[in-house]
Design a protein around this ligand. Structure first.
Ligand code: AMP
Length: 289
């Protein structure tokens, strides 16, 4: 199978995608920071199944990393990433440089109010401003019909959905369910930082989420009861240091009661690696809507 086209600059990418649109083809877009794994592969597969042309971007966005975060050590694996894109049938891989994306100091930013205030937003100042700004910029470059994001980063997905609605962006935002290891750990480019002992311990996020879901599905509706029990599970793991565990609605606002659509969201440090995960506790019954 021949590989995807590679495109490094914004003008080159715009020109190529304009030709695709002129040919009447729909475009699906998967923005990533590279170090691709099977979670990213699912997003590409979803894009492949719903669009004529699939573009993937690989860009480690400095704007979304705090000064003491892992920007410089974030894993970069371009050759393997291109192979994965090829294996899933991507048509174009866009790999801009930092100078292409930010030729001058960025003065314009997108922010989505309270959706970004809690959970990760409370602990990573400026992070979501950087995420939402780069996604808006990438959407302006690629101009896809549909863009695909993982539910694994649920606050990011909520922010982008809200931005798309608030700004009437001409794109459909699609959420893709979290892909997990057989033992439940959500796939993440950062899992490779974990020591073997931390990797074993890291399933505690999934265990705490499952315990919360079991409680909710057994009829427990009190958020404080569920939180207490989830924290008990999380704190039973000595290698982990809990940053937050909370129950939130679709705008990432904390709730007191569990209703359909409410999610539990968690962040835990293992050494210098921070892992996040989340789970819907009671499904929204789509048939009754
Ligand atoms: P990243 O490269 O970490 O910025 O992620 C790029 C996209 O892949 C984001 O939309 C993520 O939510 C999504 N993603 C990352 N991990 C997973 C996973 N385990 N399952 C599904 N999607 C994921």
């Amino acid at each position: 199978m021949s590989g995807p086209e590679l495109s490094k600059t914004i003008p080159e990418t715009r020109e190529r995608l304009q030709a695709v649109r002129n040919a009447g083809k729909s475009i699906g877009f998967v923005p990533t920071m590279g170090a691709l794994h099977y979670g990213h592969a699912r997003l590409i597969e979803a894009a492949r199944s719903e669009n004529d042309f699939v573009a993937v971007s690989i860009f480690v966005n400095p704007l979304q990393f705090g000064p003491n975060e892992d920007y410089s050590r974030y894993p970069r694996a371009l050759a393997a990433d291109i192979d994965l894109c090829r294996s899933r049938g991507a048509d174009l891989v866009f790999t801009p440089s930092v100078d292409d994306m930010y030729p001058e100091k960025q003065l314009t930013f997108a922010e989505v109010g309270k959706v970004g205030d809690n959970l990760c937003g409370a602990f990573r100042p400026g992070h979501f401003r950087g995420v939402v700004t780069v996604v808006l910029k990438l959407l302006n470059i690629v101009q896809p019909d549909r863009a695909y994001f993982g539910e694994k980063d649920i606050q990011q997905l909520a922010l982008i959905r809200r931005m798309a609605r608030d700004l009437a962006l001409p794109v459909r935002i699609a959420g893709v369910p979290t892909v997990r290891e057989p033992d439940g750990l959500a796939l993440s480019s950062r899992n490779r930082y974990l020591s073997p002992a931390e990797r074993t311990a890291a399933t505690v996020l999934y265990r705490a989420l499952l315990r919360s879901r079991d409680l909710a599905q057994a009829g427990e509706a009190g958020a404080s009861v569920i939180k207490k029990e989830a924290l008990r599970v999380l704190e039973s793991e000595p290698l982990g240091k809990v940053q937050y565990f909370d129950l939130v609605d679709e705008n990432m606002q904390p709730v007191d009661r569990v209703t359909p659509g409410i999610r539990a969201a968690v962040a835990v440090w293992f050494g210098s690696t921070r892992l996040i995960d989340n789970m819907e506790l009671v499904r929204i019954d789509k048939d009754s809507q």
